[in-house]
Structures are given as structure tokens and as C-alpha cells.
Design a protein around this ligand. Structure first.
Ligand code: AMO
Length: 443
């Protein structure tokens, strides 16, 4: 029975096996597989169809003289990305890509893909990134994005494993909030009933408050930045991996960061061999501890390379590019001038112009930043005033400091930047499903 279209009530399309389950040992077995047409080739007397599902590919072979006419008729009209199910018999076949093929008894078309497709899903004819992002759902079926998002999944799995093993509890804090934490310029305002609110730039204030209750917390959640800069490493919405730890200093949480990165690199390189091969990328599991350079040492490095930056100034992108050449690995930049850091970062007791803060770098890209926090309410109020921030806006945050705030420290890692490191992909838009940037709000 070779049905071209069937009522979904009949459920004749219900799969018995994923493509990866079809092995030469199943020779002679009847199976139902379902997925999408990746390629179809007609060699006159025989048609080869490559069917893709979430686990991989299988060759469906249609010898014209050996299958019934209705199958041939359906196969005649098949095009790339049509959604189909195939009932057929497994045949051991040395010449087939995985040593096995399926000879169909019926093919059901569950939905046709509109032709011509806007991009080549085999990836043989590369398309411009904007063309691909406009058809992102289709773009994501290609092997490369499939590998990227599988790596992203495994990295997240490893991150959660690591935190659980190390006594952290996962939290979710509000993303519609009343106050800025990371500077007012990059805030997205939203209308919240009759009031103005903002999209959270980071879980900073909440994660700090929660150390009173849970001591070691982590959050993996969206962060929003109204970034004007249109670069290959900035998004308006990204996933931030944040931790906060009670009774800890910057150095303590730096150790957590380097152990986490080493663990994630190891896990991904072991569990994602196939995906890394597709991306032609190799992960070097880093040695720890990572090198630590002070801000002053970095300024010296840059001076020697012919780039002069005055003490207290931020390091511009082109200078970071030079640094990346000098230090092509993971490293920390510590002891930043207090004036360059947000109000919640603790100034050093002995030298208040320097803060107990760090940025974690990979070559020239900043992967994370963090530090020891101020836990003394009076000092926090002083810092808020120095940065011209309204105490009224931080009322509830300051209140938490009346409830036994312990010394604490933490950091935030940009997940997409980490995925760029793990995949070797250079444009951040490739490692997030539906990127948001200054010029893109759809799809
Ligand atoms: P910061 O603002 O440095 O620190 O952000 C932390 C990390 O988040 C990533 N990141 C971004 N990724 C993509 N697009 C962006 N626009 C973007 N902005 C930041 C970077 C960066 O290192 N609250 C502090 C962290 C802390 O002290 O705990 C914070 O948000 O990888």
C-alpha cells in the first residue's frame, strides 16, 4: 500500500526506529522511519533518498523494478525537506553509507516543503548570514547548526552537573525589574501596567541577596542589553551563566570559574567528537590555574606593543585584539581600577582605587567578569552616591544588607561567548537560535 497522503488519525506514520537504530543486524526487518528528505538522486533505474531525523541519516533505496508503483509515484514528486514517513524493509548493503539501507513498501508524505527553498540545506552552496537568519528554522536543519546546538546542549548539561556536584542551587530571578544594575545606557524600558520597568541586564542584585538564604546559587537565564555596538560578539539578548557565593572572595570564585571551564571543555571534547569533526574544531582542555595578569601588567604589555592607555581608562577592542595575540589562551585580568567597575564591586582595603575584580579572557574576547562584592551597607551607599545612582531605586537591595549579608563574591559568564570558544565559531549570531541585535528582532 503506497499512500501518498493519509489521514493523521490512521497514524500509519508512527515510527518504530530512529535512523541511528537501523543497523545491518536488522537485515530483513520491517521498520517505519520518519523525518525529512535531505537529498534525492535519480540514477534511472534506481532512486536514492537520504532521510534525516533527529538522530542522523539513512539511505532509502528505491529500485524501480522491485518496489510497487505507488511508491515510485510518490518518490517521483519528493523534494528536499519534504516531511515523510517510510515503511520498508531493512537491507544489509555494504555499498550504502552506513552499510545498510531501507527498501520502501510505502512512503507517506506528511507535508511538502515549498520549493525553491531559500537556502541550500545541504550547505554545499553557502548563503549570507542574514539570508540564513531570515529563514532560521530551515537554516538550523543543516549539519553545522545541528552540531553547534548539540554542543551547546552538552555544555549546559556539563555546567549544571558541575554546579550540582559543587553544592550550588539553581535559581531563577525576575527578568522584569525596577532598577538598572550594569549601567543605565544599555537598559531596555518596558511598559509594566501603569509604570515603567526594565528588562534585566543581569541577575546581579537578586543573586547577591540570595546568598543570605542559600549561600551558593547559580542562574542560567536571559540577560538583556540595549547594545548599540553591532559586533560579532554582542547580542541584545544573551544567556548569562551567573554564580554567587557566600563567604568567598574574587580569588575563590575565579577558581570555580577555571575548574568549570576545564570541566566543560573536557566533557564537550569527549561527548561531542562527531559534532566537533563536523565543525572541524578541536578543543584544547586547558590547564589550571589560568594565568592572572594585573591591569597594570596589561597596560605595560600594551605599551610595549605600541598602544598607550592611561591608567584608569578602559581597554578598547583594538587593544584587546593585540592582547589576544600575546595571550592566546584563557587568562584573567585582575585588579581593575575601581572607577571602571560597577558600584557593587569591592574596592581593595589597602588601595581603594583598585578593585577586587576580574575579567576572564579567551584570546581577545571577554568571557566572564566578576569580583568580591561590597557587603558593608554604608560602603555600598557611598559607592552608589559616587556613581550618582539613586538610593531610593536600590531601597530593597539595600534592605537585604540589614538581614545578615555575608561577605560574598561571584561572576557572570556569557554563555554564547563560551559556545564560540567551544565551537570555534566567530560570529555570536551563529551560536544562538534566534539572535537579537540592534537590527534584528525577527524571526
Ligand atoms: P558583564 O556586564 O561583564 O558583568 O557581563 C558578564 C558577561 O556576559 C557576557 N556579555 C555579553 N554577551 C553577549 N552580548 C552582550 N551584549 C553581552 N554583554 C555581556 C560577557 C560578559 O563577560 N553582573 C556582572 C557579572 C558579575 O559581576 O557577576 C555582569 O553582568 O561574556
Amino acid at each position: 500500500m503506497g499512500l501518498e497522503k493519509t489521514s493523521s488519525h490512521a497514524y500509519l506514520w508512527k515510527r518504530t526506529h530512529y535512523t541511528s537504530d537501523i543497523t545491518p543486524e536488522l537485515d530483513g526487518r520491517e521498520v517505519i522511519i520518519a523525518g525529512w528528505v535531505r537529498e534525492i538522486r535519480d540514477l534511472g533505474g534506481i532512486k536514492f533518498l537520504v532521510l534525516k531525523d533527529k538522530e542522523g541519516f539513512i539511505q532509502v533505496t528505491i529500485p524501480k523494478d522491485k518496489v510497487n508503483e505507488s511508491v515510485i509515484k510518490v518518490a517521483e514528486d519528493l523534494q528536499r525537506q519534504d516531511c515523510i514517513s517510510v515503511r520498508g524493509t531493512v537491507k544489509k548493503m555494504d555499498k550504502a553509507p552506513r552499510g545498510v539501507e531501507v527498501i520502501p513498501e510505502s512512503i507517506i508524505v506528511l507535508n511538502r516543503a515549498k520549493q525553491p527553498l531559500p537556502i541550500d540545506i545541504t550547505g554545499k552552496t553557502p548563503a549570507d548570514i542574514d539570508v540564513r537568519l531570515d529563514a532560521r528554522v530551515l537554516d538550523l536543519v543543516r549539519d553545522e547548526p545541528q552540531a553547534i546546538f548539540r554542543i551547546r546542549h552538552v555544555a549546559l548539561e556539563a555546567i549544571r552537573e558541575f554546579f550540582s556536584k559543587n553544592g550550588f542551587i539553581e535559581v531563577h530571578t525576575p527578568k522584569i525589574i525596577a532598577t538598572a544594575t550594569e549601567g543605565g545606557a544599555s537598559l531596555f524600558p518596558v511598559i509594566y501596567f501603569e509604570r515603567e520597568a526594565f528588562l534585566a541586564q543581569s541577575p546581579q542584585l537578586y543573586k547577591e541577596q540570595l546568598v543570605i538564604d542559600f549561600e551558593k546559587v547559580y542562574e542560567i537565564g536571559p540577560a538583556f542589553r540595549a547594545e548599540k555596538s553591532h559586533t560579532r560578539r554582542h547580542l541584545a539578548e544573551f544567556i548569562s551563566v551567573d554564580i554567587e557565593m557566600a563567604f568567598a572572595t574574587a580569588e575563590d570564585v575565579m577558581e570555580v570559574a577555571e575548574r568549570l571551564l576545564q570541566y566543560v571543555c573536557r566533557v564537550v571534547s569527549e561527548r561531542c567528537r562527531k559534532e566537533l569533526e563536523i565543525l572541524k574544531h578541536k578543543i584544547d582542555v586547558p590547564q589550571i590555574p589560568f594565568k592572572r595578569f594585573t591591569y597594570d601588567e596589561i597596560l605595560n604589555d600594551l605599551r610595549e606593543a605600541g598602544i598607550k592607555i592611561n591608567w584608569g581608562e578602559d581597554i578598547p577592542t583594538m587593544a584587546f585584539r593585540t592582547l589576544g595575540k600575546l595571550h592566546p589562551y584563557f587568562y584573567f585580568i585582575v585588579d581593575w581600577p575601581t572607577q571602571l567597575k560597577p558600584f557593587y564591586i569591592k574596592p581593595r582595603d589597602d588601595k581603594p582605587e583598585i578593585s577586587e575584580s576580574f575579567d576572564l579572557m579567551w584570546h581577545w574576547v571577554e568571557i566572564a567578569s566578576g569580583g568580591t562584592r561590597i557587603h558593608d551597607k554604608e560602603l555600598l551607599i557611598k559607592r552608589l552616591k559616587e556613581q550618582n545612582l539613586s538610593l531610593e531605586s536600590f531601597k530593597y537591595h539595600l534592605q537585604a544588607f540589614d538581614y545578615g549579608m555575608p561577605p560574598h563574591a561571584g561572576w557572570g559568564i556569557g554563555l554564547e561567548r563560551l559556545i564560540m570558544v567551544l565551537t570555534g565559531i566567530r560570529n555570536i549570531r551563529e551560536v544562538i537560535l534566534f539572535p537579537r541585535d540592534r537590527f534584528r528582532l525577527t524571526p
